[in-house]
Every structure is written in C-alpha cells, then in structure tokens.
Design a protein around this ligand. Structure first.
Ligand SMILES: Nc1ncnc2c1ncn2[C@@H]1O[C@H](COP(=O)(O)OP(=O)(O)OP(=O)(O)O)[C@@H](O)[C@H]1O
Ligand SMILES: [Mg+2]
Length: 315
C-alpha cells in the first residue's frame, strides 16, 4: 500500500546540511517503494504543513539537533495528529541532553566516562573539575550533535576557549575525561539491537565533523571485530539505553571501548541517514537495504506491523 508522507528535512540547527542530505536519500527510498513524498523544511514550511496535515498519513523526520531531535517538532506533530517515526516528546528531550542522559545511564548501572554537566553560570567550577578528572578532557555542548562545538582539551590553557566554543551553541556544557579506546556504535531497530559498528577515523584522534561526513575519512566495520560476549554486551547496553530514555522504534548509542570496558557517550534518536551514516550500515549488515530500513520506519510510524522488526526477522 502506498502512503502519502510529509518528509521533514532541513531545519535551523547547525546540522541542517546533514539533514538535507539525509532527507534526499530518504525521499528517494520512499519514492522507490511507491510512496508519495512531499518535502517540508521546518525552517519556513511549518505553517504550510499545519494547513495541509490532513492530506498525509505520516510524517518522516530527518532532522538533527535542537528543534528537530529535542521534542519540539515531535510536539508539533502530536498536536497536528500526524504520526511520525522515532522517539516522542519526552524521549527526544531526554536523549538530546547529554548531561541528563548520563545521569539516567548511571542510575541504571550503565558505565559513562567520568565527568559532569555544568550550567553557564557554573563555569568557574570547571577548571578545578577538569584538573581533578585529569587532562585530556572532552568539552561538548549538552544538546548538539555531529561533534559541533566539541573540543578535546590537552592543556589547561585551552580549556577556556573550548568552553567558549561549546557555550556559543548551548546553555549547558558536558565535561568528560577523554577516553582513549575503540569507537563503537550500536543501533536499535524495533525490539532488537543491530550488529555493532566500529569506527576507525583515519586522520583525527576522534570522530569529528569532517570524519563523520567525508566519505573515506573513517573506516566503518560492521559487524565490528569483537569477541561475541563483548559485542552482545554492547548490544545489551544499547537496548537498555533505548529503554531508559523512553525511546521508540529506533535509536543509535555511541560508545567507547577501553579494553573490555564499554562506556556510553550518548544516544541519537534520529540517527543520520546520509550515504556515510552508521545506522543504515548496521541495518545492511542485518540484511535490510536502505529502502527496507526506511519503509520499516514508516510502517512503525503508522503503527503497522513492520516488514522488518529487527535483524532476525529480515529474511
Ligand atoms: N569522553 C570521550 N572520550 C573520548 N572521545 C569522546 C568522548 N566524548 C566524545 N568523544 C568523541 O567525540 C565524538 C562525538 O561525541 P558525542 O557522540 O558525545 O557527540 P555528538 O556530537 O552528539 O555525536 P553525534 O554526531 O553522534 O550526534 C565521539 O564520537 C568520540 O569520537
Ligand atoms: Mg555521537
């Protein structure tokens, strides 16, 4: 059955370009499956979407960062009565905030890097806190994505410019010990965790903006070459994070592996959908093409029995 889908991509967050690229890919996939797609850019098209909402069966969100992934647009769609894929208002608002996510992970016994979250008016406490953690530390805005505003601080004198960069984008900042290890990410689709992806940046010491969106700037290996029990543990952590943060349909949790220990960094509620994105790669390793993944998410939004609930149902 063909559905009329309002595809939301663009928006006003610094991740606008990434969103537009993902939106392009998702629109193509939906059309290839016979669905009717009309694109809306929340930067200017929300009044038009409100006026035309009755003409669509579902919305499909390819938005990242504040305004798109934080519950704002989710509340707008709830008010319009238009179903959409992914986390609802609460889950989106919790997961976008790395400081609060950290607290919830910890409460559930999931390991996080030593660190803390500070409001703008608490920054004077940060130099002492960073010293106690031990350099290098990571400084990041609490609610941005794509490594925007993120710095790895090696020397105490670099702390202040790093805080400025982060606080230019947010009211709150997360300061964490920089963990040197292997970078992995685990997608959840429906009730199941997808195969673990390992990311090996080729030039950078961490997964920065350039590495995320430049084809070839990192090696992405899926399934990650990990001993089976460790891979299962990472998958279990991703499922727990998904549950603790009250997420829905899908998510992707980023982690750092130090020896046999896994530390959670954050959970994305609208994972990237560009040609270099990690969730589509993990879905593919589980037997779902990009089109399968997109259509599965559409069916989840519609509350229909998805074609593919998870990797073991893919065949
Ligand atoms: N505590 C840490 N130790 C080591 N590396 C870190 C740490 N925190 C962040 N990083 C590095 O910075 C990258 C981005 O951090 P994080 O995933 O927390 O933020 P993000 O910008 O929201 O990411 P996304 O694009 O997935 O939304 C990580 O993928 C990792 O490479
Ligand atoms: Mg991340």
């Amino acid at each position: 059955m063909a559905y009329r889908v309002a595809l939301l991509a663009g928006g006003t967050s610094p991740e606008r370009e990434v969103s537009l690229r993902g939106g392009e890919a998702v629109a193509k996939a939906l059309k290839a499956r016979g669905h009717q797609v009309r694109r809306f850019d929340p930067a200017q098209d929300l009044p038009e979407l409100a006026a035309k909402a009755a003409g669509f069966e579902a919305a499909f969100l390819v938005l990242h960062g504040p305004g798109g992934e934080d519950g704002t647009i989710q509340g707008f769609l709830e008010a319009l009565g238009l179903p959409y894929q992914g986390a609802g208002i609460l889950g989106s608002a919790l997961a976008i905030h790395k400081g609060l996510s950290r607290l919830l992970y910890q409460k559930a016994g999931l390991p996080v890097p030593p660190g803390g979250c500070f409001l703008k008016n608490e920054v004077s406490r940060i130099p002492g806190f960073a010293k106690k953690l031990g350099l290098p530390v990571v400084v990041k805005p609490a609610t941005q994505g794509s490594s925007l505003g993120l710095s790895v601080v090696e020397n105490q004198e670099d702390l202040s410019p790093a805080l400025e960069r982060a606080l230019a984008l947010d009211q709150e900042v997360v300061v964490e010990k920089f963990l040197s290890g292997r970078e992995i990410t685990v997608g959840v689709l429906g009730e199941e965790a997808l195969p673990v992806v390992e990311i090996i940046p080729k030039e950078s010491s961490y997964f920065d903006y350039h590495t995320k969106y430049t084809p070839g700037a990192a090696r992405e290996i899926c399934p990650a070459p990990l001993p089976a029990p460790l891979a299962r543990k990472a998958q279990e952590y991703a499922l727990q994070a998904h549950k603790i943060l009250r997420l829905r349909h899908y998510s992707r949790t980023d982690m750092i592996l130090v020896g046999e220990e896994i530390y959670l960094l954050e959970t994305n509620t609208i994972p990237g959908m560009t040609e270099t994105s990690l969730l589509p790669l993990a879905a593919q390793a589980a037997g779902l093409s990009f089109e399968d993944l997109v259509e599965t998410l559409l069916f989840m939004a519609l509350g229909k029995d998805p074609l593919h609930k998870g990797p073991h149902l893919a065949s």
